[in-house]
Design a binder for this molecule. Structure first.
Ligand code: AMP
Length: 172
């Protein structure tokens, strides 16, 4: 496994008993690990003609914005309810430990914009799937998705039906 993965910290029973939380803040705090992690997320898309990177609140903002800079494109946030100031589109979804709702600015990207959607951790896949659906509803084209960490034992990949590729920099 690449050296940057040593900086992923396991935190048991957060935010609920029974959840093993993959904490990426030590990766972010380490200059070389952070740079290598971002490079690994950007690599598949260097020649893919991407117009923008969409990141999911909150850790998807940190990674997505850095990947966008790496690819030389813009960044679009998908946020929790009530945070975006202009006209929004919304989608409700279920996640590993509860239910939530995502929003995007209706005018965030031109119709047909070629985008990737990124997040930190793929657990059940519900968040990423909802973000992809929301982005497509907005009118952009999702050419791929990427996560820093995939929790392989949860089986999200085998349930992933979207035709665009799903990249994970590391799978546990
Ligand atoms: P899911 O929708 O189940 O794939 O959950 C993914 C979202 O929840 C991501 O935005 C993660 O940040 C967070 N998440 C879920 N499970 C974990 C976990 N075990 N460790 C870290 N983050 C998690």
């Amino acid at each position: 496994m690449p050296a940057w993965t040593d900086h992923i910290r396991d935190v048991p029973d957060f935010p609920k008993p029974g959840i093993l939380f993959k904490d990426i803040t030590p990766v972010l705090a380490h200059a070389v690990a952070f740079a290598d992690a971002i490079t690994s997320m950007a690599e598949p898309w260097r020649d893919a003609g991407i117009d923008a990177v969409v990141g999911v609140e909150a850790r998807g903002f940190i990674l997505g914005a850095a990947v966008a800079r790496e690819l030389g494109v813009g960044f679009v946030p998908v946020r929790k309810p009530g945070k975006l100031p202009a006209h929004t589109l919304a989608l409700d979804y279920g996640l590993e430990y509860g239910r939530d709702r995502l929003e995007i600015h209706a005018d965030a990207m031109p119709a047909g914009a070629r985008v990737i959607v990124v997040d930190d951790v793929l657990a059940t896949g519900g968040t990423l799937k909802a973000a992809v659906q929301l982005v497509e509803h907005q009118g952009a084209t999702v050419v791929g998705t990427g996560v820093l960490v995939e929790l392989g034992f949860l089986g999200a990949r085998s349930a992933w039906t979207h035709p665009a590729p799903l990249y994970a920099s590391v799978v546990f």
